[in-house]
Design a protein around this ligand. Structure first.
Ligand code: URA
Length: 435
């Protein structure tokens, strides 16, 4: 078999055989196939797509490219959640403790952010002392005692995805439905998850800008889960504007803590309650309505906040910053952005906000960039807010003053102001499930 022929076949729009896909994944993972041929194949898939059967084989080959995790030593119902990536998405920090405080275990492997999207591991690492690099025994022991643990995924878990994702990130081939579906589901299968809720983002800050594409991605992932005996629910959620008001690592942890105190932004609270109730439902805790009430009670009673403090402490973190968020280290400098016109905020382009936060040091332009945990943006407005000329619409934080100009210019471009109050878009747009 020659990779050249596989690339040509896909370039010409034909479906690849199981043998060809497995040959490619094995060869690329062990280094026998070079990046330039893998890039060409990724671009061919980007343009020509893959059939559901090809995507299922790709997922399986990627899941089996390294170690798999056995979570059978975790006692009781166990669930997992995954977001396709967005701006201001701190839902895991709220959902994991809600679910754990309702008696359902959540064992989560998370990734770092890349590009304009943030990653849960970076947000957690902004809490002084937090560890994410657990041995399997430590991970299982934390989940068994406190009910929730978030760790960083190891190099040996689905290594084919790690290599391919890094390659896609620099070859403009991330936003392909079969490639995202295989990437996410291969990691879920390898990490031993059986009950999974997927938060599939749609809108300007998501990889899928159109909700039709987000729905196609969701259907594909639910179908892969089904073929692998997993219970999967996918919620299509609105990522047209940033979630909440905070973008940037410690700023987002502070907003997550406010949400766990019951005083968070309504969009974030709403999505977190829906994700949590779907997880509790998959774990068999009752009807969806009962699970929603259970999640709401955990959030507003303070039980979920207590559980978050327990989780942070189990992971080695300094809980004093959670009890008193003013203790988080602040960025040295800040600047404000004001409106140049009056009217209703029509849109806040989430991707531009994400890029502005990255330019301030909250995210990585390249894989090895160092993150400034206090850097980022606090928005003052949402789509539908009324503003007058000169009103403050955002505050930017950075460690280095030279970063402000480009970030302010990017962020200013993110806002559209107009005369009409825009129609409200629901936070949960649709749902697909095999349960
Ligand atoms: N998240 C992933 O894990 N993989 C993708 O391809 C895109 C988002």
């Amino acid at each position: 078999m020659r990779v050249y022929d596989i690339i040509k076949k896909k370039r010409d729009g034909m479906a690849l055989s199981e043998e060809e896909i497995r040959f490619f994944v094995e060869g690329y993972t062990c280094g026998a196939i070079p990046d330039y041929q893998a890039s060409a194949l990724m671009m061919a898939v980007y343009y020509k797509g893959m059939t559901p059967d090809e995507t299922a084989v790709l997922t399986d080959a990627m899941a089996k490219s390294g170690d798999t995790v056995d979570l059978s030593e975790i006692t009781g119902p166990i669930v997992d959640k995954h977001s396709t990536g967005g701006v201001g998405d701190k839902t895991t920090l709220v959902v994991a403790p809600i679910v754990a405080s309702c008696g359902v275990k959540i064992a989560k492997m998370s990734g770092a952010g890349l590009g304009h999207t943030g990653g849960t591991t970076d947000k957690l690492l902004s809490i002084p002392g937090v560890r994410l690099d657990f041995s399997k025994e430590e991970f299982i022991s934390i989940v068994n005692s406190c009910g929730a643990c978030v760790c960083s995924s190891t190099a040996s878990l689905a290594p084919a995805d790690k290599k391919l994702y890094a390659l896609r990130d620099v070859t403009a081939t991330v936003d392909s439905i079969p490639l995202i579906a295989a990437s996410i589901m291969s990691k879920k299968i390898a990490s031993g998850s059986k009950n999974i809720v997927l938060d599939v983002k749609a809108g300007s800050g998501a990889f899928m800008k159109r909700s039709a594409d987000a729905k196609a991605l969701a259907r594909e992932m639910v179908s892969i889960g089904d073929k692998n005996g997993l219970n999967v629910t996918a919620l299509i959620t609105n990522m047209d504007a940033p979630l909440g008001y905070a973008i940037g690592n410690s700023l987002e942890v502070i907003e997550a803590v406010q949400t766990l105190k019951g005083i968070g932004p309504s969009d974030l609270t709403d999505i977190c309650l829906h994700l949590s109730s779907e997880l509790l439902y998959l774990a068999g805790k009752g009807s969806l309505d009962e699970c929603f009430d259970m999640a709401k009670n955990a959030l507003f009673s303070g039980l979920a906040l207590e559980r978050f403090i327990w989780m942070v402490s189990s992971q080695g973190g300094d809980t004093s910053v959670i009890s008193n968020t003013s203790l988080f280290q602040k960025s040295k400098y800040f600047r404000t952005v004001k409106t140049r016109s009056s009217g209703y905020i029509q849109r806040i382009n989430a991707e531009k906000c994400g890029i502005a936060a990255m330019l301030l040091g909250a995210g990585r332009k390249a894989k090895d960039d160092v993150i400034e945990y206090g850097a980022g943006i606090i928005l003052d407005v949402k789509p539908g807010s009324f503003v007058k000329t000169g009103d403050r619409i955002a505050t930017l934080y950075a460690e280095n003053e030279s970063l402000f100009d480009s970030a302010i210019s990017m962020l200013s471009d993110a806002f559209d102001v107009g005369e009409e109050c825009p129609a409200e878009i629901p936070m949960v747009i649709d749902k697909f499930s095999n349960r």
